[in-house]
Design a protein around this ligand. Structure first.
Ligand code: ASP
Length: 343
């Protein structure tokens, strides 16, 4: 059905874009973003999409985001779904890719845009990159051409669960090395429709909310010289999901086979170990090298070309649905929300 209501809901969760300069550094301040937006005349100009603003309480630096806030943002979108043509989530850049990944699983059956954005310099500062990020995100959210969870930053519209923060201080801070941009923004917004999520990947029964539970998840990054034995005590059923960030295509140091029994016993007692790569681009292929084939036989699953952010969110999602571990293992290698490339 065509959307006649073109109003966009802007949800401010915190982050640099709306922060205020204080003696202790930039910090979130209630109402401050609304004031900064008032000084952007384009946002109230004729022809600009209608929008409304709501703010989370408390506003957070995104380092403090947790499952609670992900669920809260998801619920706000779910409860207001019919009233708006699209949603813009203003968010700190530090964990924006995690929240974008989480929302891609929390919100099922989306047929409207949900665009996460923020900035490296607050909106109230002279050289702020927040102005274009906000204005363009609102336009993309009102146009409704794309209908998935996306991240817009510095001229690039990315699939949310493929995005990664690439720079801590550059204005071109995000990219999706393993997936084409959904749009590139120059003089025009050039959508790349071929990269959009195919409609058969979306559930046909309309918007659905799949909140996360506080599942214990762990991420372990391997490095040369790692003493796996030290991690045996935490790699148990105490962690339901474990993301193992390996070298290259899924390789780990052999260490006399130290890790494999740990993975095997973690799996036997109910944990799902997912292998991702430390490389931003490319895919995990378990079995390509001797150093990775043993991981597979020990019960680990391949995260293929998923980001760690997406793998973490997907583990939360699948465990929250209460699936048995065998099914979770299978689903981790399937594309559920555009987060990985299947064989
Ligand atoms: N620390 C900030 C945050 O993630 C950084 C930012 O927004 O750019 O909330």
């Amino acid at each position: 059905m065509e959307n006649t209501n073109k109003k966009v809901l802007i949800i401010n969760t915190g982050g640099t874009i709306g922060m205020k300069r204080t003696e202790k550094g930039f910090s979130p301040a209630p109402g401050f973003l609304a004031e900064a937006i008032e000084s952007i005349s384009d946002m109230s100009r004729e022809g600009f999409p209608e929008w409304e603003l709501c703010e989370l309480e408390p506003l957070l630096d995104s380092s403090n985001m947790s499952v609670r806030e992900w669920n809260n943002i998801g619920s706000i979108i779910y409860e207001n779904y019919e009233k708006y043509s699209g949603f813009v989530v203003l968010h700190g850049t530090d964990t924006m890719a995690y929240t974008a990944s989480a929302l891609s699983f929390i919100l099922g059956g989306l047929d409207k845009p949900v665009i996460l954005t923020g900035s490296q310099i607050p909106l109230s500062e002279i050289r702020s990159d927040g102005r274009d990020n906000l204005i363009t995100s609102v336009i993309i959210a009102s146009e409704g051409v794309v209908s998935e969870v996306c991240l817009y930053f510095s001229g690039k519209l990315l699939r949310g669960n493929r995005a990664m923060k690439m720079s801590s201080d550059g204005l071109v801070a995000f990219d999706s090395p393993n997936y084409p941009h959904l749009a590139d923004v120059g003089i025009e917004i050039r959508y790349n429709r071929a990269a959009f999520m195919p409609s058969e990947k979306k559930s046909g029964s309309g918007i659905a909310l799949y909140p996360f539970l506080e599942i214990p998840i762990g991420v372990l990054k391997v490095f040369p010289g790692i003493q796996f034995g030290l991690f045996a005590e935490i790699m148990t059923e105490k962690l339901s999901g474990i993301v193992l960030e390996t070298f290259g295509a899924g390789n780990i140091p052999n260490n006399g086979g130290e890790l494999l029994p740990i993975i095997k016993s973690a799996f036997d007692s109910g944990s799902v170990v997912t292998v991702c790569s430390q490389c931003p681009a490319g895919t995990v292929t378990l079995g390509a090298y001797e150093t990775s084939s043993a991981l597979k036989s020990a019960g680990a699953v391949s995260g293929r070309d998923m980001t760690t952010e997406a793998a973490v969110a997907k583990l939360y999602h699948l465990f929250s649905l209460g699936m048995p571990k065998e099914e979770i293992k299978l689903k981790m290698e399937e594309c559920l929300a555009g987060e990985l490339t299947e064989n």
